[in-house]
Write a protein that binds this ligand. Structure first.
Ligand code: PGA
Length: 256
C-alpha cells in the first residue's frame, strides 16, 4: 500500500523568531512544491506561532518539539497541547532521544504526551530508537519494542494510525553517521510488525514511519527508497532551505 511520505525539519534549539520568519519567506520563494509529500517544521516554542502565521494556507505542517500532557495547571515552564494547537501547530515531536537523554523523558511521559497531543487534534511524531551501546549489545529490537509499546499504551490501538513514528537510532543523530538503508529498513519493518501486533493490519499498513539520523541530500534517496521508510525527520540539514528542499524532492521522487 502506498503511504504519503512525511518529511519534517526538527530545528532543535536553533533559529530566533526573526530567523524563522526569514526562513519561511525563503522557503516560500525557493523551497519548491512537493504535492505528494507532507512537509513540516518544528521550530522552538517561541517561533511556532510566527511560523504558522507565515505559512498559513500552504499546507506545511508546523509543530513543537515537546509538550506537557496536562491542558493547564501550575507547571512552570511547560506548554500544553491545546496551547500549541491554538498557536497554529498541527504536529508535535514526542520522546525525542535528546529529551529522553537530557530531560528525563520516560516511556510513561511519552505515553501521556502522545495521548494529550491526539486529544488536542495534533499529530504526534513519536521518536524511538536505540543507543550505540544498545545496538552493540544486540538490544535494538528490545529497545524499539519498549519505546513503541510504551508510547501507545494510553491510546486505543486504532489511533496509532493517526501518529507518525520516527525511528532515530541515537548513534546516528547529529553524528554524520547514518544507518545504512538496509539497517533502517530492517528496524522499520520490525516496527510495522509491532504495530500489527497491537492494532488491525490496515492500521499498521497506514502508519507512517520516518527515519531520522543524519539524513542529508546525499543519502535521502536511498533511505527513502526503502519500502517501510515513509519519510524523514531531519535535524541539521533542515536548517538551510536548499538542503531541506533536496530531501523533500527525494521523498517526492521515491514515492511517486
Ligand atoms: P540530525 O538530527 O538530522 O541532525 O541527525 C535528527 C533528529 O534529531 O531529529
Amino acid at each position: 500500500m502506498s503511504r504519503r511520505p512525511v518529511v519534517v525539519g526538527n530545528w532543535k534549539m536553533f533559529k530566533t523568531v526573526p530567523e524563522t520568519v526569514a526562513f519561511a519567506l525563503e522557503w516560500k520563494q525557493k523551497g519548491g512544491e512537493y504535492p505528494g509529500v507532507d512537509v513540516g517544521f518544528t521550530p522552538p516554542f517561541v517561533a511556532v506561532a510566527a511560523l504558522a502565521e507565515k505559512v498559513k494556507g500552504t499546507g506545511l505542517w508546523v509543530g513543537a518539539q515537546n509538550l506537557h500532557w496536562e491542558k493547564t495547571g501550575a507547571f512552570t515552564g511547560e506548554v500544553s497541547a491545546p496551547m500549541l494547537a491554538a498557536a497554529g501547530a498541527s504536529c508535535v515531536l514526542v520522546g525525542h532521544s535528546e529529551r529522553r537523554q537530557y530531560f528525563g523523558e520516560t516511556d510513561e511521559t511519552v505515553a501521556k504526551k502522545t495521548a494529550a497531543a491526539l486529544e488536542a487534534g495534533l499529530t504526534p511524531i513519536v521518536c524511538v530508537g536505540e543507543t550505540l551501546a544498545e545496538r552493540k549489545g544486540g538490544k535494538t529490537f528490545d529497545v524499539v519494542h519498549r519505546h513503541v509499546t510504551g508510547a501507545f499504551a494510553k491510546i486505543p490501538a486504532e489511533q496509532i494510525g493517526r501518529c507518525v513514528i520516527a525511528y532515530e537510532p541515537v548513534w546516528a543523530i547529529g553524528t554524520g553517521e547514518t544507518a545504512t538503508p538496509a539497517q533502517a529498513q530492517e528496524v522499520h519493518a520490525h516496527i510495522r510488525e509491532l504495530v500489527r501486533g497491537m492494532a488491525a493490519r490496515h492500521v499498521a499498513e497506514a502508519t507512517r514511519i520516518q527515519y531520522g539520523g543524519s539524513v542529508k541530500p546525499s543519502n535521502a534517496a536511498e533511505l527513502l527508497g526503502q519500502p517501510d521508510v515513509d519519510g524523514a525527520l531531519v535535524g541539521g540539514a533542515s536548517l538551510e532551505v536548499a538542503s531541506f528542499a533536496a530531501i523533500c524532492a527525494a521523498a517526492q521522487a521515491a514515492k511517486k
